[in-house]
Ligand binder design. Structure first.
Ligand code: GZL
Length: 317
């Protein structure tokens, strides 16, 4: 009897050790990822943050999130903190293109891969980052210019609301738009200034434009939030946005579709902010030795007032 009991006891211990071993060995690694986000300047930015946070939660990734309040020095501080904490990888949405060499070299020296989300950077050594995952901003600017030229029958006095100075999204959207309208001598940018991608500044700048130039009959805004601010300014000036002044912007956020349904915005060029899944797929892949093209481009669409009501219910952000 005694012999059976000790056999049973040994069997129990061995089974417990096996279960423990399987759990420890088989448990998926819990990645620790740092995300340096630009801020919360627009509906688009908020949607991107939500996409990254919800994907991390779904995948059991420990996310260290830092909001830089639009300041590059805060992003650099955050990256240094992530490096000091020895995170497995870093997601960086770079507020501007320049000034990243030093801190990205520190990440490289620490063997921490960095994936760029939604904006690009200018560095001599592109081994400092795995890749950038962004839309094609030149294409977006061109699509906006071509749509507006068609809508205005190749003749318009355009007020341009630019994004953040030095941001790749602003630089390239301006470039693409100018390339598109260069074909039409009647398409003229008569006013152009930054509204920093925010509704409040878009409104302020548009108020000043309307006071300064009564010939403005079209607006090109580098994002929907500035377009929504411009719409408020146009209405307060006693004019009808979407009719007296034709407005096109970029992002395709829900508020833009609502403004199109209300007849106040004429067109928006989509820019996908839901970069959480592809961002983590790429970064975790890189952590495990996978390589990627330097640019993983996102595809976008163009949505006008005429189709907005039908499309609005399908929008995810
Ligand atoms: C685009 C992104 C831009 C959005 C703005 O990828 O960087 O920044 O167009 C946001 O809404 O502020």
């Amino acid at each position: 009897m005694k012999r059976n009991n000790s056999m049973l006891f040994v069997l129990l211990i061995v089974s417990l050790c096996l279960i423990l071993a399987v759990n420890v060995v088989g448990a998926p690694k819990k990645y620790v990822i740092g995300f340096s986000q630009i801020g919360a300047e627009s509906g688009w930015r908020t949607a991107e943050t939500e996409s990254v946070k919800s994907t991390a939660a779904e995948r059991g990734i420990e996310l260290k999130f830092a909001d830089a309040q639009q300041k590059q020095e805060n992003q650099i501080k955050a990256l240094r903190s992530f490096i000091a904490q020895k995170v497995d990888g870093i997601l960086l949405a770079p507020v501007v293109e320049s000034g990243w060499e030093e801190v990205l070299q520190e990440a490289k020296d620490a063997k921490i891969p960095v994936v760029l989300l939604d904006r690009g950077i200018n560095v001599k050594d592109d081994s400092l980052y795995v890749c950038k995952i962004t839309s094609d901003f030149i294409w977006e600017g061109k699509a906006a210019g071509e749509w507006l030229a068609k809508k205005m029958k190749s003749k318009a006095n355009i007020a341009e609301l630019q994004g953040t100075p030095g941001a790749s999204a602003a630089i390239e959207r301006k470039k693409g738009f100018e390339q598109a309208i260069a074909k039409f001598k009647g398409m003229k940018i008569v006013k152009s200034q930054t509204g920093n991608f925010t509704r409040a500044e878009g409104k302020q700048v548009m108020e000043a434009f309307l006071k300064a130039d009564k010939t403005i009959n079209a607006v090109y805004a580098h994002n929907d939030d500035m377009a929504l601010g411009a719409i408020q300014a146009i209405e307060e000036a006693g004019k009808k946005p979407g009719k007296d002044i034709i407005i096109i912007s970029i992002d395709g956020v829900k508020a833009a579709f609502e403004a199109m349904v209300a007849g106040k915005l004429n067109c928006t060029v989509e820019c996908n902010p839901l970069l959480g899944p592809i961002g983590f797929d790429t970064l975790i892949g890189a952590i495990n030795g996978k390589t990627y093209p330097k640019w993983v481009v996102q595809k976008d669409g163009v949505f006008s007032m005429e189709t907005a009501a039908k499309v609005l219910p399908t929008r995810k952000y």
